[in-house]
Design a protein around this ligand. Structure first.
Ligand SMILES: [Zn+2]
Length: 256
């Protein structure tokens, strides 16, 4: 869902975790040599470089794993602020990215499953509003920049809640663009272009986004993690100060 452009990809399923991408890996290693340095640091692959790469989406990409700001923030948060990877967990990654998938692979105790409607990167294809998964399955889940593509975002959030284990948690992110959430059909064409920016976004979320997650059943905490870094650190780690994390929990004892 994050990458609507269909490109041929060579994957080698190894029966143990997500598919491997030898060509992508080799290109990453080559770029790592070209952009060798110690000025910036990627929290996803753990390597340092002379710079982050420019991308047409106005994000700064890691030369090796091609991580974006939001995934570098996520990986840093998981490593620095949580016990991620230190005990056995089953996790769900909705709309996977190569960078985060490879980050998760580094933790043998993380039993990783990725899903998407159609991405070749995903281990299983399914509709987020009707998941073909049992209830109460996952200790941890991530869902990054997906709900803005889905007509019934509440149904999708409820499905995420359903498959999360009681006592489990997750991080659910959308682009927060305005004060109050607005649907595409409520906007003029010019407003939609200015606010939503992308043609496949069916709404623009506002600061009231946690209300949707709460309606789905989650206990929501908005963590201003990126704001804790000074400017030099934000530049070094390539993170966006405006990205607050929506940490969602399913209370223990709340079974489906
Ligand atoms: Zn990286």
């Amino acid at each position: 869902m994050l990458n609507p452009i269909k490109r041929p990809r060579i994957s080698v399923p190894d029966g143990d975790g997500p598919p491997r991408y030898p060509v992508k890996d080799a290109c990453g290693r080559l770029r790592s040599v070209i952009y060798h340095g110690h000025k910036v640091e990627c929290s996803c692959c753990g390597r340092s470089f002379s710079l982050f790469l420019w991308s047409p989406y106005m994000t700064a990409l890691c030369p090796n794993c091609l991580s974006m700001e939001r995934y570098r923030l996520l990986c840093r948060f998981l490593v620095e602020e949580t016990d991620f990877g230190t005990q056995p967990i089953r996790m769900l990654d909705v709309a996977p990215t190569y960078a985060f998938q490879e980050f998760c692979r580094r933790f043998p105790m993380v039993d990783y499953l990725s899903i998407d409607l159609q991405s070749d990167l995903a281990m299983k294809h399914m509709d987020l509003t009707a998941l073909d998964l049992e209830s109460d399955m996952f200790d941890f889940l991530t869902c990054y920049h997906v709900l803005e593509h889905i007509d019934d975002d509440l149904a999708a959030a409820r499905e995420l809640y359903r498959v999360m284990k009681p006592g489990g948690w997750g991080i659910i992110q959308v682009p927060i663009l305005i004060k109050k959430t607005v649907q595409r059909h409520e906007l003029s064409e010019a407003e939609a272009e200015r606010i939503l920016k992308f043609d496949d976004h069916v709404r623009g979320y506002g600061k009231d986004f946690p209300e949707l997650l709460a309606k789905a059943g989650f206990q929501v905490e908005v963590v201003e993690y990126a704001g804790a870094f000074n400017e030099d650190e934000r530049k070094r780690y390539g993170i966006d100060a405006r990205e607050d994390l929506h940490v969602c929990r399913k209370p223990a004892g709340e079974q489906n």
